[in-house]
Design a binder for this molecule. Structure first.
Ligand code: PHB
Length: 554
């Protein structure tokens, strides 16, 4: 199929991937889809900016013309990956379906995260799982502790191998070319400026801290690269590695590889992360390493016994959807970007390795379109060829929006939807959950209507569950609940439940109106349908976000 996008003379070429996603600075192959590369660049920049950038900020960060940025953002908004708030583009939970496709195809989070969570509970320390990503490591699971000082990285964060404990374990399997790529990166960027999530290396002797958590010779000139090579040799002999404050003062970790039972190669690395106020690195090794090893043995047993994956349904109705969007938005909708991004979602559980034909079938796209998207992704490092003419996703797919959203909460997911609802019905809307005791509700988010008689309730306020519409929606699984003049005379509220992925009611959404503004019948006729569809939007986002991350309710 010929290139579907009209050439825009104002468009500069897609900028090379950023340092943190240094897939390539090579010239793209002739068949690469330029609008898809630019769309991916926009997602990368938004991710690095923690999920939000103004349109002019995006223009600067990508080097693209403003008209191009506008069209890309309009297309991403149409896909539900981005929303516009004034002049800001903000990543939405829906974009996590890209990372979800990688994590589902990988299967390791599904099979191993319960082990990691149990170990974190047992040790009362953070536990994480990381995979190799070129000469770095990328996190695929985090079981974090709720402490005042949060130590851990986010799912999808990339760290340079030499600054971590898992790094030397993965490096035991590096080929000569991979060592060469690492050396070149070290020469190009000795202070790791390409990794925005970590501070630059300290100027002190930390780089020379030895495997025992003890300075070997205190020699400040001892080079970090030699240190990494020695740590890799030890990791090969001892099948574990330590991070003694390589990332920042106080942060320590001990790591053990989880091996694929069929190949004996490292599938991922399990880490216990702590702080020197609780454990020195030597203490971590003495006390927690044995328990980490036991947990890893159980993880490997789970991999050995894993049943074959269950392929879920492929993305449906895509061709119709992109066609309709093009009809509706015209030039603002970049169809080749929308189609190309969908190719990533063709992958998933039971669909880790797809041929061109498989990917075309799963998406409903033509072979030519699918092929060009795969060529583009291979160039960008998001897809890699595998056995028998198949392709697989790489961990770099997690750099498309996942880290900033991996720590979202239900109130943050709900708020933009509630703002839209309030604007539509002109009534205050609130979100609440049940307290632990179960007899009270607690307000967790609110969008306040701006008219004089609007209802205001402070977030955090508690009310008896039994006498509120939201409490009733949370306590009784009856489909919908209307309460008249609850708590306060003159306020009429109507509430609907919010369900988690398993169908459990975990929150309620309500609208509150002054009795003078609407009759009970008007509430049902005018508000309930909008309330229901907003609840459905919140649930869709929640279910996408919580597939591989824990989404707190407050
Ligand atoms: C983490 O999970 O946050 C972590 C793991 C290993 C490290 C450092 C941090 O070396």
């Amino acid at each position: 199929m010929p290139h579907p996008e009209p050439a825009d003379p104002a468009e500069t070429p897609a900028t090379p991937a950023t340092p943190a996603t240094p897939a390539t600075t090579d010239t793209p192959p002739a068949e690469a889809v330029a609008p898809l590369m630019r769309g991916v660049a926009v997602l990368h920049r938004l991710t690095e900016a923690n999920g939000m950038l103004s349109l002019s900020g995006l223009e600067r960060a990508t080097g693209l013309a403003r008209s191009t940025v506008d069209r890309i953002v309009a297309t991403l908004a149409r896909m539900g990956y981005v929303r516009l708030d004034g002049r800001d583009a903000i990543l939405t939970p829906r974009v996590m379906e890209l990372g979800n496709a990688y994590l589902a195809a990988l299967r390791l989070p599904e099979l191993l995260s319960a082990h990691a969570d149990r170990l974190a509970d047992e040790l009362d320390e953070s536990v994480s799982l990381a995979v190799a990503d070129r000469d770095g490591i990328r996190f695929i699971h985090q079981a974090t502790r709720r402490r005042a000082m949060s130590l851990s990285f986010r799912i999808g964060d990339l760290l340079p191998a030499e600054r971590t404990a898992p790094g030397p374990l993965f490096a035991t399997e590096w080929t000569e070319e991979e060592w060469q790529a690492w050396r070149e990166r070290r020469t190009r960027d000795p202070r790791n400026t390409a990794y925005p999530t970590i501070p630059p290396p300290p100027n002190t002797t930390h780089a020379t801290v030895g495997h025992d958590g003890v300075d070997e010779d205190g020699d400040e000139d001892e080079d970090e690269d030699g240190d990494f090579i020695r740590r890799t040799e030890r990791a090969a002999n001892e099948n574990y590695a330590l991070d003694d404050q390589l990332i920042e003062p106080g942060l320590v970790a001990v790591s053990v590889p989880v091996r694929d039972p069929r190949t004996a190669r490292i599938a991922c690395v399990a880490n216990v992360v702590s702080h020197t106020s609780r454990h020195t690195a030597a203490h971590l090794r003495a006390t927690l390493l044995p328990r980490l090893r036991t947990a890893v043995a159980a993880m490997e047993e789970t991999l050995r016994q894993a049943p074959p994956p269950h392929p879920g349904p492929p993305p449906a109705g895509l061709a119709t959807w992109t066609g309709a969007s093009k009809q509706e938005l015209g030039r603002e909708f970049i169809e080749s970007l929308a189609r190309g991004l969908t190719v990533l979602t063709a992958f998933g559980e039971g669909r880790a390795e797809l041929t061109l034909t498989d990917a075309a079938k799963a998406t409903g796209l033509s072979r030519a379109t699918t092929r060009r998207a795969l060529i583009t992704y291979e160039h960008l490092g998001l897809v890699t060829p595998a056995a028998h003419r198949t392709f697989t996703l790489t961990p770099q797919v997690l750099s498309l929006g996942f880290p900033p959203l991996s720590r979202t909460t239900l109130p943050r997911i709900a708020t933009p939807h509630m703002t839209t609802l309030t604007a539509e019905i002109e009534e205050t809307t609130s979100l609440a959950t049940l307290t632990d005791a179960g007899d009270e509700i607690q307000y967790t988010a609110q969008a306040t209507a701006s008219h004089v008689m609007s209802v205001h309730i402070t977030v955090g306020t508690r009310q008896p569950a039994a006498s509120t519409s939201m409490g009733r929606a949370l306590l009784t699984p009856s489909p919908y609940t209307l309460m008249d003049e609850e708590l306060e005379q003159g306020v009429r509220t109507i509430a609907v439940p919010i369900h988690d992925r398993t169908g459990r009611v975990i929150a309620a959404l309500n609208a509150a109106a002054h009795v003078a503004r609407r009759t009970p019948e008007q509430c049902v006729d005018e508000i309930l349908p909008a309330l229901r569809s907003t609840a459905a939007h919140i649930e869709t986002d929640l279910h996408t976000a919580s597939r591989f991350t824990h989404v707190p309710l407050t």
